[in-house]
Write a protein that binds this ligand. Structure first.
Ligand code: 6R9
Length: 660
């Protein structure tokens, strides 16, 4: 399909079949007006490529430093990087006070939209006051610079206030997604030695209160080191408080002074720890520090999203318990002085148009979300967003997994009205900031490809020996040079940091993702290396086959795993969620789908088995937990489900399969 055809024949509900998956030849130039006014210009890209360190030194001027750095990168002890090491600054001061001092105190920092439709606009001046009070309260509770503070909270303003209060006093926060179990919370608290936890009585979900505090109580039973629990009252439900340990936020924070002088910390002072699952063993505590992290996230937020802080309304729909929430819901938007939306609830409560109602209500101009959300909206149908005025949107961002061309085209057509660049951002908890993304205003966007490294960053695709592959070939994604927001180590485990990321290839950061360069040298992400299957000696990516399945008009979502097979080594097993239109003819559809994959990719890619399911097991960041599906495909007992958003999904799948 040529670029011109795609413009004259808009996709119908994303259901069109693409002729060549992962070999996309449609491109979308940026809208002329955006190109003319874009933050990132070809000249900036050239400057960054010519001298990345000088470029990052220039970007450091985005921050207000107590002591300006004279050093840029210190790589004298690789792979332990230091950025701007002799600079001193305070993260909360950069996010808040300096905007108030510059006369922007009345600008809205967050439009908070509660699950039940309650809402609250918070200005930079108000947020600064609240963070100062919370910082004073934490100090009263005995928290000092360097102490780790646990945060287990819903998507409410106090969560952001708590994070910034920690940052303000130099106490690294360790946020745990509120959907995680008490055990997951306990193991993280223990691993990094948390003594103070901030939580809430509960949160609202689909209009109903759900408790959070009992999970903290259960975790504390396993963690005798926790001496204080600070509890925000969100739902007002009856909540057990442990005498001598638990205190209400409104009792301790509200009475504090809103005066607080921010102390300046070294650029390499720890800002936060965020745990992410490794392929095996215990979760890894990714450590991020202050100066480089804020420079890298602020720059990419401005560049990838073409942010104009005076006029844009930015909505990052990620949970704050995920790195996307840390970098692009909290730190970067505030450092850049942007206005953001913070939404507590789910996309389908009280109705399936809730997101679009919010876009319409706050005139959101930049929306950043995950492909899994987009595919869910596709499933619900384009008639739903069509009921709302989405004309305020001018740019759409995607993160978390490859965005398959169908979801891309649907997003572009039905949400972006063919007039918003889609910026597919590849990055990781470890990288802290976007590393690969097509710059809006500069790049000719290509559906399904994240395309280029961001300015100032050097990535490559290499073969088994670490040699860069030619265009048209695939291999492993690596980063060639340190970048400012990179993780500094794994908490308490320098050796695991070296082994996991820096030992596979000499001098290169190993991301763990497979990637391919197309004929133009654009990068296509192929999923985690451990998601690569080997069927009869043919290497195939799960993403490629999922993309083929989703391109069929009966499929809403698909997940593919490689199950061990006595003859072929691995065999392809697919799990699919069908659209309403396929109801009643599942068996025929399954056969049709097997043939479809064979024609789209190759007969070798034909799934051995296709199972029709109602749900897929996903982590909080929307990633499909293929490990669990592999257990089912190989008839094993299902493994640890503690990191699933909904731990009952596996039971539902197993029951559904037995029934079928
Ligand atoms: C930000 C975030 C990191 C892994 C990463 C990769 C996958 C993220 C992607 C993407 C293709 C994109 N990933 N963004 N794959 N295209 N735009 O997701 O962090 O939770 O640590 O996950 O997610 O496999 O290695 P994290």
């Amino acid at each position: 399909m040529s670029a011109d055809q795609s413009k004259t024949e808009p996709a119908k509900d994303g259901a069109e079949t693409l002729s060549n998956l992962l070999k996309e030849d449609r491109t979308f130039p940026p809208p002329a007006e955006m190109a003319a006014n874009a933050n990132v210009t070809p000249e900036l890209v050239a400057r960054a490529d010519a001298d990345p360190e000088a470029f990052w030194a220039e970007q450091a001027k985005r921050l207000t430093w107590g002591t300006e750095p004279t050093q840029i990168l210190d790589w004298s002890n690789p792979p332990f990087a230091k950025w701007f090491a002799d600079g001193r600054l305070n993260a909360a001061h950069n996010a808040l006070d300096r905007h108030v001092e510059a006369g922007h105190g009345d600008r809205i920092a967050f439009h908070f939209e509660g699950d039940r439709g309650d809402s609250r606009d918070i200005t930079y001046a108000e947020l600064t006051d609240e963070v100062c009070k919370a910082a004073n309260a934490l100090t009263e509770l005995g928290v000092k610079a360097g102490d780790r503070v646990g945060i287990y909270m819903p998507m409410i303003p106090e969560t952001i206030i708590a994070m910034l209060a920690c940052a303000r006093i130099g106490a690294p926060h360790m946020v745990v997604f509120a959907g995680f179990s008490a055990d997951a919370l306990a193991s993280r608290i223990t691993d990094c030695g948390v003594e103070v936890v901030i939580t809430a009585d509960g949160q609202f979900r689909r209009g109903e209160p759900t408790a959070l505090k009992p999970a903290v109580d259960a975790a504390c039973e396993q963690c005798p080191g926790v001496r204080s629990v600070l509890v925000v009252q969100r739902t007002g439900e009856k909540t057990e408080m442990v005498e001598g340990r638990d205190v209400w936020w409104h009792d301790v924070v509200d009475r504090q002074s809103s005066e607080h002088t921010p102390e300046m910390f070294d650029a390499e002072h720890p800002l936060y720890i965020m745990y992410t699952s490794g392929s095996t063993g215990k979760p890894k505590g990714i450590l991020h520090t202050t100066g480089g992290y804020l420079v890298g996230t602020a720059f990419t937020h401005w560049a990838s999203f073409d942010l104009k802080p005076e006029t844009d309304v930015f909505w990052c729909a990620a949970d704050v318990g995920w790195v996307t929430g840390h970098s692009y819901l909290v730190y970067a938007p505030l450092v850049n002085g942007a206005t953001s939306v913070l939404y507590e609830g789910t996309p389908n409560s009280p109705h399936q148009g809730r997101w679009w109602e919010i876009v319409d209500k706050y005139k959101v101009s930049i929306l950043y979300c995950a492909p899994t959300a987009i595919r869910t909206f596709m499933k619900w149908g384009h008639e739903i967003p069509a009921k709302y005025d989405l004309s305020s949107l001018r740019l759409l961002g995607s993160v978390g997994e490859p965005i398959n061309p169908e979801a891309y085209i649907w997003f572009r057509t039905h949400i972006g009205r063919e007039n918003c660049p889609i910026v597919d951002t590849w990055w990781q908890t470890e990288t802290g900031m976007h590393l690969i993304a097509p710059m809006p205003g500069v790049a000719e966007a290509k559906p399904g490809s994240a395309q280029h490294a961001v300015p100032g960053v050097a990535v490559a695709v290499v073969d088994e020996e670490g040699r860069e592959v030619a265009n048209g070939e695939g291999g492993y994604l690596v980063v060639k040079k340190p970048w400012p927001a990179m993780l500094r180590t794994l908490w308490g485990d320098d050796q695991r940091y070296v082994d996991t990321y820096w030992s596979r290839f000499d001098g290169l950061y190993f991301a763990g993702d497979g990637a391919k360069l197309d004929e133009d040298g654009d990068i296509w992400l192929l999923g985690r290396v451990d998601d690569v299957m080997n069927v009869s000696g043919h290497r195939m990516s799960t993403t490629e086959i999922e993309s083929a399945l989703v391109s069929h008009d009966t499929v809403a979502e698909a997940a593919v795993v490689g199950a061990s097979d006595p003859t072929t080594g691995q065999a392809i097993v697919a799990f699919v969620i069908l659209r309403e239109s396929a109801t009643g003819r599942e068996e025929d559809v399954v056969e049709e789908l097997r043939r479809h994959v064979a024609t789209e990719i190759s007969p070798i890619a034909k799934p051995r088995q296709i199972m029709v399911v109602d749900e897929l097991p996903k982590t909080r960041s929307g990633k499909i937990m293929r490990r669990l599906l592999r257990d089912i495909a190989e008839n094993r007992e299902v493994g640890d489900v503690s990191t699933l958003t909904d731990s009952t999904v596996m039971d539902q799948i197993a029951k559904g399969l037995k029934r079928g």
